[in-house]
Write a protein that binds this ligand. Structure first.
Ligand code: ADP
Ligand code: MG
Length: 341
C-alpha cells in the first residue's frame, strides 16, 4: 500500500504572480511567511510598505490563533470541545461563518463547514491518511449538515457531536481582513498571496492591471493568466492535498453528500471576484458541484467569474473574463465560454 502526501506549499509556489516584480522602480517590499500550513507572500508598494507588512504578519498570526483546528488555544478548537450547545463567537469568526453558511445555502450544501469529523477520519488533519469504510462514513455523516447549525449574530448553536472546519474559506477571509488593514494604513497598491489565495489591492504602481497566473492542474506552469484590479483569484484543486492508496488517488475536498472526495468532473476551479472570502468559499463549493451545476451557477451570477478545468481537459471560462484571460497551456485544450443569463 503506497501512501503519498503532497505538501500544500507547492500550490502556493506554483501559482505564479506575474508582473508584480519589486524591481519596477516603485518603492516595494515583499515578505514571505509560513502560516495556515502554507506560504504567504505580501507584496506592498509605496512608503507605507514596512508598516503594512508588519501589520499583516501580526493579523495573520492572530487569525491563525482563532481558526486553527488543532491548536488547543484556538477558537475553533474551543467550539469543537464545547460544554454548552451555544457558544459566542469573535467578530472575525462569526463574519467568516456567516459567509460560509450563506454560500452553503446558495450552493445546495456543496460547501459545508461541519465536515471536520470526516476530514479527521480521512487523515487530512493529522497526515495519517486512510480510506474509511462505508459504514464508518455513513455514521460520521450523521453528525454533519450545515442546516443543523444556527448562527444568530455572534451566537452559534451546534448539535452534540458536530465539529466545525472553516478551512475552505479561512484564507479568503484572512485576505479580506489584511486588505482592509492595508487600506486603513493608506496602501494604494499591493498583492496579498495566502498560499495561492490571491487578493490584489488597487492597481499596479504604474497604473496597469495585475496579471495572475492560474496554476496548471497537470504540474508545473500555468493554464492561463487573468488580468485584474482590486479583485481576488482563488483556486481549489484535487492536486493540492491528496494521498494514493492501492493505485487510487484521494484528495481533500469532500462531497458533503457522500463523505468521499468529490469526483464530479472538475480537477481545478478558480473563482475571481471582489471578496476573497466569497471566492474561497465558492472555489471549494463549485469544485464539488461539478461541471453542469457550476456552469448553471456561474451563468446566473454576474459578479462572479471563474476558470475551471475538467477531467476531460476542457477549460471553461465565464464571459466576464473572456477579454482578460490568456490561455498559456500547450495548445491542445478546448476552451468553452459560459455565457450569462
Ligand atoms: P485549500 O485549503 O487547499 O486552498 P480549499 O479552499 O478548497 O483548498 O479548502 C479545502 C479545505 O476545506 C479542506 O482541507 C477541508 O478542511 C475543508 N473542506 C473539504 N471539503 C469541504 C466542503 N465540501 N465544504 C467545506 N469545507 C470543506
Ligand atoms: Mg476554498
Amino acid at each position: 500500500m503506497k501512501k503519498t502526501g503532497f505538501p500544500r506549499f507547492f500550490a502556493a509556489v506554483l501559482l505564479i504572480l506575474l508582473g508584480s516584480s519589486c524591481k519596477s522602480g516603485a518603492e516595494c517590499r515583499r515578505e514571505t511567511i509560513f502560516a495556515f500550513d502554507t506560504y504567504m507572500t505580501f507584496t506592498v508598494y509605496g512608503d507605507k510598505a514596512d508598516e503594512a507588512i508588519s501589520a499583516a504578519k501580526e493579523r495573520i498570526s492572530a487569525l491563525e490563533k482563532l481558526w486553527s483546528p488543532t491548536d488547543p488555544e484556538s477558537e475553533i478548537f474551543r467550539i469543537n470541545h464545547r460544554t454548552e450547545s451555544t457558544v459566542t463567537l469573535s467578530a472575525e469568526t462569526s463574519g467568516l461563518l456567516r459567509t460560509m453558511l450563506d454560500v452553503s445555502e446558495m450552493t445546495g450544501g456543496a460547501l459545508d463547514p461541519t465536515l471536520f469529523p470526516l476530514e479527521k477520519e480521512w487523515g487530512f488533519i493529522s497526515g495519517e491518511y486512510r480510506v474509511p469504510g462505508k459504514e464508518r462514513i455513513a455514521a460520521l455523516l450523521e453528525n454533519t449538515g450545515y442546516e443543523n447549525i444556527t448562527l444568530d449574530g455572534d451566537r452559534l448553536t451546534l448539535p452534540d457531536g458536530f465539529e466545525l472546519d472553516v478551512g475552505a474559506a479561512a484564507k479568503g477571509k484572512a485576505a479580506d481582513i489584511i486588505a482592509d488593514c492595508f487600506s486603513g494604513i493608506g496602501v494604494k497598491s499591493a498583492v496579498i498571496d495566502l498560499g495561492g489565495n490571491i487578493l490584489t489591492v488597487g492597481e499596479k504602481p504604474d497604473g496597469g492591471k495585475w496579471s495572475i497566473g492560474i496554476r496548471s492542474p497537470y504540474g508545473d506552469g500555468t493554464s492561463g493568466t487573468v488580468k485584474c484590479v482590486g479583485r481576488s483569484v482563488v483556486t481549489s484543486g484535487n492536486y493540492e492535498r491528496f494521498f494514493v492508496e492501492d493505485g487510487k488517488r484521494y484528495h481533500h475536498i469532500l462531497d458533503p453528500k457522500t463523505g468521499f472526495p468529490a469526483e464530479n468532473g472538475i480537477i481545478s476551479m478558480t473563482v475571481i471576484g471582489a471578496e476573497s472570502v466569497i471566492c474561497d468559499s465558492l472555489s471549494t463549493a463549485l469544485f464539488v458541484m461539478g461541471t453542469d451545476k457550476a456552469c448553471a451557477f456561474l451563468a446566473g451570477n454576474d459578479d462572479t467569474d471563474a476558470v475551471f478545468v475538467t477531467s476531460d481537459g476542457i477549460i471553461y471560462i465565464t464571459a466576464g473574463i473572456k477579454d482578460t484571460f490568456t490561455y498559456t497551456g500547450d495548445g491542445n485544450a478546448e476552451i468553452r465560454i459560459i455565457e450569462g443569463k
